[in-house]
Design a protein around this ligand. Structure first.
Ligand SMILES: Nc1ncnc2c1ncn2[C@@H]1O[C@H](COP(=O)(O)OP(=O)(O)OP(=O)(O)O)[C@@H](O)[C@H]1O
Length: 441
């Protein structure tokens, strides 16, 4: 592949900040050139990756990892100490709230100011102004000085501008792109369209957002590229690292969760669907690389995961829309006070489709597991109808509660599902319809 195929090329970028103990030392440094009055801090170290047109890349990393520094360098608002970036096309960014806006100017004037900074002529902006104002949808505030705007209004206007300047590369910091739910949906729809032809660099702490929106991801750790790969793989590695570093010194008996009779209904068309070629046949594959796909503190170990029928027989295929049982078996190696066992079913992009855990079921019980115990959990549920494609099942056992817990064992891709025929026509999954009424009046 020639280097011209890449729209963005980040080559060996390093950035060193000079940290002065006192502000006055910065001034003295200008006079005492031979003496070093600062400490060096390398925020970025030898960062390299390349992006092709139509690729979207998530940038993930913990606070202080160097994400903003890298993106400022790509936007050319900060110069690197070493290395270079090569960019083919126009970069537009939503990185800093109000950047490029004059607070005294009205929203309208700022649209003209900001779009002209992106190289648009007055005629081009005249042509697009209505579209930009409609996208921002801030009503009469568009004629008020932006210093009177709420932060949500700032974001709306800034996003509306960068969405209409014909950028080849869009850089979005998700932390800033938060507006109300409707606006976020609008932005996401726009970004999904944009990334078909342009390059999206999307900074986020939320790995689901990254796997949902991006093909690839860069994980920055302490100013270095820890991983650059498919968004799903990088997100899994990042999550593994995050959970491992949260392990603290915290380290019931066999728990067989009691089955309760629950009123369920099948889709009223299920028999018809199951006798047609739309029957949602889902094959199950046991993932064979578990050793490379798991992490955790090790106080408990998931020993088996399978889908079974009512008689407890392990299945190698089942039908979406029908009842199934997902069994997770866990060997306990050390005392666990509040075990939570959970699963998540993800699509091929790593986006969670649905999942659940034992927390709410066992919240009032005092489940204490000792070394040598075995936890057997059966999740009995009606499998939604899956769209065609590959799905993976992540399972985990933790100690604590929903928000604060220690992961003892987390397995990505414990099982793989392959859905080859489906009656679901839209959305992420098909849910059972109790009835559909049609009145022709
Ligand atoms: N102007 C500066 N002078 C000195 N140090 C800086 C400067 N800007 C950033 N840093 C340091 O560089 C490191 C990387 O910062 P950066 O803002 O790029 O991280 P980040 O990954 O974007 O973090 P966050 O997720 O919190 O926004 C941090 O340790 C930060 O303190």
């Amino acid at each position: 592949m020639s280097c011209n195929d890449y729209i963005l090329s980040v080559d060996n970028i390093s950035k060193c900040f000079e940290i002065y103990e006192k502000p006055s030392h910065r001034l003295w440094q200008m006079f005492f050139k031979n003496k070093k009055l600062y400490k060096e801090f390398w925020a970025l170290n030898d960062i390299s990756f390349k992006v092709k047109r139509g690729e979207s890349v998530g940038i993930i990393g913990r606070n202080g990892a160097g994400k903003s520094t890298l993106l400022q360098i790509i936007c050319n608002t900060l110069s690197p100490t070493d290395g270079q970036t090569k960019i083919q096309g126009k970069v537009a960014a939503l990185l800093e709230l109000g950047a490029g806006f004059n607070p005294e100017f009205s929203g309208r004037d700022n649209v003209y100011l900001c779009a002209s900074l992106y190289g648009m002529t007055k005629e081009q902006i005249d042509e697009r102004y209505e579209m930009i104002a409609n996208f921002a949808d801030i009503g009469d505030f568009i004629n008020q000085p932006v210093k009177t705007y709420s932060s949500g209004m700032y974001v709306r206007l800034a996003f509306a501008v960068i969405a209409h300047v014909d950028a080849d590369i869009l850089i979005i910091d998700e932390a800033l792109a938060v507006g109300d739910a409707l606006f976020t949906q609008k932005c996401m729809r726009f970004l999904r369209e944009f990334k078909k032809n342009g390059v999206l660099l999307f900074v986020s702490h939320d790995t689901s957002a990254v796997t949902n929106l991006c093909d690839k991801a860069v994980w920055l750790k302490n100013g270095k590229v820890e991983s650059f790969d498919s968004a799903k793989i990088v997100s899994e590695k990042y999550m593994a690292d995050l959970y491992q570093s949260k392990v603290t010194k915290n380290d019931k008996k066999v728990v067989e969760t009691e089955k309760k009779e629950v009123k369920v209904f099948r889709d009223f068309r299920q028999d018809f669907i199951n006798s047609s070629n739309l029957r949602n046949d889902i094959q199950i594959f046991q993932f064979d690389d578990i050793e490379n796909n798991n992490f955790g503190k090790g106080g408990a170990k998931i020993s088996d995961v399978f889908i079974m029928d009512e008689d407890g027989n392990a299945l190698n295929w089942f039908v979406g829309g029908e009842g199934v049982t997902l069994r997770v078996e866990v060997e306990v190696n050390e005392e666990i006070k509040n075990p939570i066992v959970g699963f998540s079913i993800r699509d091929k992009l790593g986006q969670p489709v649905f999942g659940d855990n034992t927390f709410l079921h066992t919240i009032s019980d005092n489940l204490l597991c000792n070394a040598g115990n075995k936890i057997v959990v059966d999740f009995d549920f009606q499998m939604p109808v899956l769209l065609n494609g590959d799905y993976s099942v992540t399972v985990a056992v933790a100690d604590g509660d929903q928000n604060n817990h220690v992961q003892h064992h987390w397995i990505n891709d414990a099982l793989l599902f392959k859905s080859t025929a489906t009656s679901a026509s839209t959305g992420l999954v098909g849910i059972p319809m109790k009835n559909i009424k049609i009145n022709i009046i």
